[in-house]
Ligand binder design. Structure first.
Ligand code: FAD
Length: 466
């Protein structure tokens, strides 16, 4: 079917639409450039038009109209994804949900919110209302939307305590609109959530979310320096295993990355020091100090509740998760990253084996987190990029050594995930998006069911307007 984009745009022109080239380019990109592989392939991607609906009714009108004119629709929250998730590979319409941003209801332990609400604004509203906060958030808290976090993210600050978004209980309910001749509104709970959670908007548009809340605290930010990386990793892992000490972040960054890339720490951290970044609840500080004194070997470089620096470092979580990579990239554009799963129980041994093989070509950046109640590590390793072939070889060697890679140098769900078809998401796409108009090119099992994953998938419909 040949899209009739002009007719779709004409029919939607009474809504907040734009064809301004600069605005379109800005609304067609995310942080794909973290990956030199994606940058080489997606830099010219741009939509034909963007529309910013203000209500669910307007979302439905956009979907109904684009369905009638076979016009692809790619949803955008705040465009802070890293894998080109919100980029319209086939052009067409960008459905920008920034105006659908109301915090609708706040109750003890939960909230009802629209998808375009920014994580920081949500926390401000729930803290003011009843001293509550989101359980977890991406470190892009200040700019990312809750809809984009659920549809494109995986976990983040808080995952050391609550696990990841795919863990039961971390999403309560999702309201979803389908892409059919007459769009339907569906409500998902429990098992059904996996249909659209982390589905990149390929099979439905989330128009309302019900999310769990936790008590809000004035978290104490800390940076601890260690001369020995394995000791730093073991300390962070042991602290996260302390059931009585409430923390929201435990990050380990291998020397010399902090000295090289954390410019706000210039002169305060040496190139032999690895850092552990923490967020500790104020009521847990005594226990934290006792635990840390027992273990020794750590130098407290910074703590937000006792700092005489002329200019503080800012929020500690903006040195963690994929902010670590951003800071490194700003200093050295040759840096890229990997996403490694170091699974319980031998996660720390795996990290050491990887360190022995790659040396400073791959610097370790660990996010200590929980999965099924077990503390382990997610690796967002900093990689010195040379060639795509070498990057693929580094990925292959990690996998041969038993470390699963969620490849951030791919734009499809399957390659960025577990290299396999997600039958639940594919099944729902067949029902909810029968023409395959939602975010084309991002679900291989829809585009090419016989695909074998032997090389990087290249979406044939990629419209490159470079
Ligand atoms: P977008 O990028 O706009 O969209 C993400 C995906 O969701 C796209 O596929 C889009 O089509 C889809 N989508 C958006 N809204 C909807 C909707 N309402 N319905 C259906 N589909 C929708 N990610 C993490 O998980 N944890 C981190 O800690 C983290 N740290 C980061 C740090 C930096 C510096 C950067 C650049 C990125 C980081 N990310 C992280 C990635 C990204 O910031 C987060 O996943 C973020 O929450 C995405 O929200 P967004 O609004 O920007 O989504």
């Amino acid at each position: 079917m040949k899209p009739n984009v002009a007719a779709a745009l004409e029919a939607l022109s009474h809504l907040d639409t734009t064809v301004n080239p600069a605005a379109l380019k800005a609304q067609s990109r995310d942080f794909f450039w973290y990956s030199p592989v994606l940058k080489a392939r997606l830099d010219g991607v741009v939509a034909d038009f963007a529309v910013s609906p203000a209500t669910e009714e307007e979302v439905i009108e956009v979907l109904r109209t684009c369905y009638a004119h076979d016009c692809p629709v790619t949803t955008r929250g705040a465009g802070t994804g890293n894998y080109g998730q919100a980029m319209p590979l086939a052009g067409g319409c960008v459905l920008n949900l920034r105006k659908l941003n109301r915090v609708k209801e706040i109750h003890p332990g939960r909230l009802i919110v629209e998808p375009g609400a920014i994580l920081k604004d949500i926390d401000a509203a729930t803290r003011a209302h009843s001293g509550q906060e989101l359980r977890m958030f991406s470190s892009t808290w200040a700019t990312a939307s809750i809809g984009g976090f659920i549809a494109g993210g995986s976990g983040g600050v808080g995952s050391v305590r609550w696990g990841s978004l795919r863990d039961l209980g971390n999403i309560i309910r999702l309201r979803v609109v389908t892409m059919e001749a007459e769009p339907r509104i569906l409500e998902f709970r429990g098992e059904e959530l996996a249909r659209v959670s982390h589905a990149y908007g390929t099979n439905g548009i989330i128009t309302e979310l019900e999310m769990p809340l936790a008590p809000a605290y004035d978290w104490v930010d800390l940076m601890l320096a260690f001369e020995d990386f394995p000791a730093a990793a073991a300390y962070a892992d042991a602290l996260a295993n302390q059931d009585g000490i409430l923390i929201k972040l435990a990050t380990v960054i291998e020397a010399p990355a902090p000295a090289l890339y954390f410019q706000r720490l210039k002169g305060r951290v040496t190139d032999t020091q690895s850092l552990v970044l923490l967020m500790v609840a104020p009521q847990a500080i005594d226990a934290f100090e006792t635990f840390t004194a027992r273990r020794g070997a750590a130098q407290i470089l910074y703590r937000s509740d006792d700092c005489d620096w002329e200019r503080g470092p800012g929020l500690v979580f903006e040195y963690a998760w994929n902010h670590t990579t951003l800071r490194a990239l700003k200093v050295d554009p040759a840096i890229t990253y990997l996403q490694v799963r170091y699974a319980f129980p031998d996660h720390l041994e795996r990290v050491e084996e990887i360190r022995q093989v790659f040396g400073d070509e791959v610097l370790q950046h660990l996010e200590i987190m929980r999965t099924n109640g077990k503390v382990h590590a997610a690796g967002l390793s900093l990689v010195r990029f040379t060639t795509e072939e070498r990057l693929d070889e580094i990925v292959r060697l990690h996998e041969e050594m038993g470390c699963m890679i969620f490849n951030p140098h791919r734009y499809t769900l399957e390659e960025g995930g577990r290299q396999s078809v997600d039958a639940i998401q594919l099944g729902f796409k067949r029902e909810a998006d029968p023409k395959g108009l939602l975010n084309p090119g991002k679900m291989i099992s829809w585009e090419d069911p016989d695909w074998r994953y032997e090389r990087m998938y290249a979406y044939p419909g990629l419209k490159d307007q470079a």
